[in-house]
Ligand binder design. Structure first.
Ligand SMILES: NC(=O)c1ccc[n+]([C@@H]2O[C@H](COP(=O)([O-])OP(=O)(O)OC[C@H]3O[C@@H](n4cnc5c(N)ncnc54)[C@H](O)[C@@H]3O)[C@@H](O)[C@H]2O)c1
Length: 354
């Protein structure tokens, strides 16, 4: 039985708690959060409540592992403290709010006294069944040589999402649509197509009137991968739209799944193209490969599974020696690409090489 504490009881902490409670090999030993509302959440989850890691350590034996669900700009300090006390860490994405502090964390984790402890970064979409199926199709070669990818992450976040946690609208606290949302897509792009080496980005027009909302709302992004694959991506959290991962897959219980027409990725190969999440492969199999022929459609079935549960199961395996699906280095690479997007949109129009 792996004894797990959850640090941070906001939007995502309780969701991780559900996975811990439903896994036969893990037990939830405590919830830590200084916010006054957290105690009742711990009560509902029937677990211990502590306002800080220090308070927990004075009361119960050191847990085996922790899941860090605090704001982005606290990830490094919280994770350092947990490692110092001998806990393995599942750290929510992004690894940090800056590449420099993320790199510091990896250095700290690699020191002799912490090296036996494992860090898994919570880019949980690597476990999403649509992402897994897409990877399986690409790796099978049935699209031919991959040429390009096109993606969308567009939806509308209401004011109360930002009012509930003001760090989400502040670029200096790790907020904004690039580190909160696009970082997921970057990690999927890395997982599917390998490292990104160049980025160009143009910022969308600011829609929100609140002067404290200084974080970006969106960008049009051009990407080049080391493999030569190229991509375009549109990101925006200020437009009503079904074209995003959550609406297309239904993975987040708070965002309704929109059946039909909510494609968010298209992958183009030399033999066929694939749209996700309708998982349609468009091809000329059995006929002449020519724009004069009608295309054939194949559909792939996807079995629904909960990514957070699969990720937690993997975390248990990582603690027992398996390589992490998303290591600290993988997560740092995703953050570097996000920083490059920011630099490109704030800069003088030049592309950024990674
Ligand atoms: N994987 C996903 O799909 C997903 C979804 C949402 C959020 N996230 C990530 O999870 C993290 C938390 O996001 P959220 O939306 O739940 O944030 P939130 O603001 O809703 O909750 C964060 C909580 O952490 C608490 N906190 C702050 N500092 C703390 C500390 N030092 N120790 C203990 N608790 C502390 C706050 O009081 C708050 O309750 C972020 O890094 C975010 O990027 C991931």
């Amino acid at each position: 039985m792996i004894r797990i504490v959850i640090v941070g009881a906001g939007l995502i902490g309780p969701r991780h708690a559900q996975s811990v409670l439903s896994n036969a090999n893990t037990s939830l030993v405590a919830l830590i959060d200084p916010s006054p509302s957290a105690e009742s959440i711990a009560e509902r989850l029937q677990t211990n409540y502590f306002p800080s890691i220090e308070a927990m350590l004075q009361t119960i034996p050191v847990p085996d592992a922790a899941i860090v669900c605090t704001p982005n700009n606290t990830h490094v300090s919280v994770t350092r403290s947990l490692l110092s006390h001998g806990m393995h860490v599942l750290l929510e994405k992004p690894i940090s709010d800056t590449v420099a502090s993320g790199r510091d964390l990896l250095e700290f984790a690699s020191q002799q006294e912490h090296r036996h402890l494992r860090i898994l970064v919570g880019h949980h979409r690597r476990f999403n069944p649509y992402v897994r199926k897409t990877k399986e199709i690409i790796d099978s070669g049935s699209l031919g040589r991959i040429i390009a990818v096109n993606g969308l992450w567009t939806l509308f976040k209401p004011d109360d999402y930002f009012a509930a946690a003001p760090w989400r609208r502040s670029s200096s606290s790790g907020g904004g649509v690039i580190p909160i949302n696009f970082v997921h897509d970057v990690d999927i792009l890395h997982y599917l197509f390998g490292p990104i080496v160049r980025i160009h980005a143009e910022k969308t027009l600011h829609q929100r009137q609140d002067p404290s909302h200084d974080a970006e709302e969106g960008a049009a992004i051009i990407i080049r991968f080391a493999s030569g694959v190229v991509g375009t991506f549109l990101v925006c959290d200020a437009t009503p739209s079904p074209y995003n991962f959550e609406s297309g897959t239904g993975e987040n219980p708070l965002i309704p799944k929109m059946d039909g027409g909510a494609d968010f990725y298209r992958v183009f190969g030399s033999e066929a193209s694939l749209s996700v999440p309708d998982m349609t492969r468009w091809n000329y199999d059995g006929t002449e490969k020519s724009w004069n022929q009608p295309l054939t459609r194949d559909r792939f079935a996807v079995e629904e599974e909960t990514s957070f549960d699969l990720q937690l199961k993997h975390f248990v395996d990582v603690i027992q020696g398996e390589e992490p699906s998303c290591s600290g280095e993988d997560a740092l690479r995703a953050l570097m690409a996000c920083e490059a997007v920011r630099k490109a949109m704030e800069g003088d129009g030049r592309s950024i090489d990674l």
